[in-house]
Design a protein around this ligand. Structure first.
Ligand SMILES: Cc1cc2nc3c(=O)[nH]c(=O)nc-3n(C[C@H](O)[C@H](O)[C@H](O)COP(=O)(O)OP(=O)(O)OC[C@H]3O[C@@H](n4cnc5c(N)ncnc54)[C@H](O)[C@@H]3O)c2cc1C
Length: 300
């Protein structure tokens, strides 16, 4: 939605954004390819060749989340492969998913769940999909610039959601530790290891929340470009706090934590990917370090 609000033409907004906002249709974002490292998506095989007033799009993508049942995809494809600036070779193009040549190959099984609809992660192919040039977002070659603009706000949304999940898991952890009796009048919470987990989780969730608030304020005050360090810091920090808190909550619940009788196992399955999507931990840490070293006058 953010992409269409910021970069959509009035015609694109009328046709694609309005029904999205009305909840009548869903969209998906199709960038990652199985054959190339998604961490460095400047290398990709999907091509959008000009053909009169149209593009002919061909390529193979996977982890196009929510493609199952979506009305259209925003596809990242090479439009300017000869451009000297490697960051100006790809574009984002709206592809309605009823376009001939589009195929949903499968919903990928992730951590034992295949999922469907919005909760799916699909492998898809585009075989000479013909779409009008008016479906181009922004100008040709600005695909990465648009992607970066989308990923900044997207990451803070994830972090806010993760802080919420942490709070709920923490609440469950405390209630269970207080109620579960190892022997009469000997609750789990009386053990120091459990107390450490409660205290550490509380401190980490608090730190995560304050970091997210700080990043949000910086984005509001200075824009997302100048907030790259803060955005990358919350992305890897909150994803790891989430993993830690869920892991402790499951451990405290014992066998019950492994079942789907509580929501913990479901979160654990789904949120392991938090450290990978929208930039793996290592990529964000590297970015933070590079930007900080730049402040000290070093180019690494
Ligand atoms: C649940 C889920 C949903 C997703 N949804 C979407 C979607 O809707 N649309 C879409 O286009 N994509 C989506 N993705 C794909 C996601 O963006 C990529 O998985 C991610 O960018 C990493 O790319 P990759 O999987 O190719 O891993 P690679 O780039 O091959 O990297 C593999 C691993 O190498 C390490 N690594 C990578 N770079 C560095 C580095 N510079 N320094 C040190 N270590 C490094 C990291 O540990 C990384 O996990 C989704 C992925 C998941 C798991």
């Amino acid at each position: 939605m953010e992409i269409l609000i910021e970069y959509g033409t009035p015609a694109q907004q009328e046709k694609f954004l309005k029904p999205l906002l009305a909840g009548e249709i869903r969209s998906c974002f199709s960038m990652t390819e199985p054959e190339h490292a998604g961490s460095n998506p400047i290398y990709m095989s999907t091509m959008a060749l000009e053909d009169g007033d149209d593009f002919l799009i061909s390529g193979h993508k996977w982890f196009t989340s929510g493609a199952d049942g979506a009305a259209f995809a925003i596809v990242m494809a090479m439009t300017n492969p000869e451009s000297e600036n490697i960051y100006e070779r790809a574009s984002q193009i709206i592809v309605p998913l009823d376009t001939p040549g589009y195929k949903l190959v499968r919903n990928i099984s992730v951590m034992g769940e295949t999922g469907s609809g919005w909760a799916s992660h699909s492998e898809v192919t585009y075989d000479q999909c013909r779409v009008a040039k008016e479906n181009l977002l922004g100008t040709a070659g600005t695909g990465f610039k648009i992607a970066q603009n989308r990923l900044g706000p997207g990451r803070i949304h994830h972090c806010m959601r993760w802080v919420g999940i942490c709070e709920r898991a923490f609440q469950m952890m405390c209630l269970y530790a207080g109620q579960r009796q190892l022997s009469p009048n000997n609750a789990l919470a009386s053990k120091q290891t459990i107390q450490n987990w409660i205290a550490e989780s509380k401190a980490e969730i608090h730190a995560a929340r304050l970091m997210v608030l700080d990043a949000a304020k910086k984005i509001d005050d200075h824009g997302q470009y100048d907030s790259r360090v803060e955005i990358s810091m919350i992305k890897f920090y909150c994803a790891n706090v989430l993993q830690q808190v869920l892991d402790r909550a499951i451990q405290i619940h014992g066998a019950l934590g492994m079942t789907d009788d509580t929501v913990l196992a479901n979160w654990y399955r789904h949120e392991r990917a938090a450290r990978i999507y929208d930039g793996a931990d290592e990529v964000h840490k590297s970015r933070v370090a590079r930007l900080i070293m730049k402040e000290y006058g070093f180019k690494i």
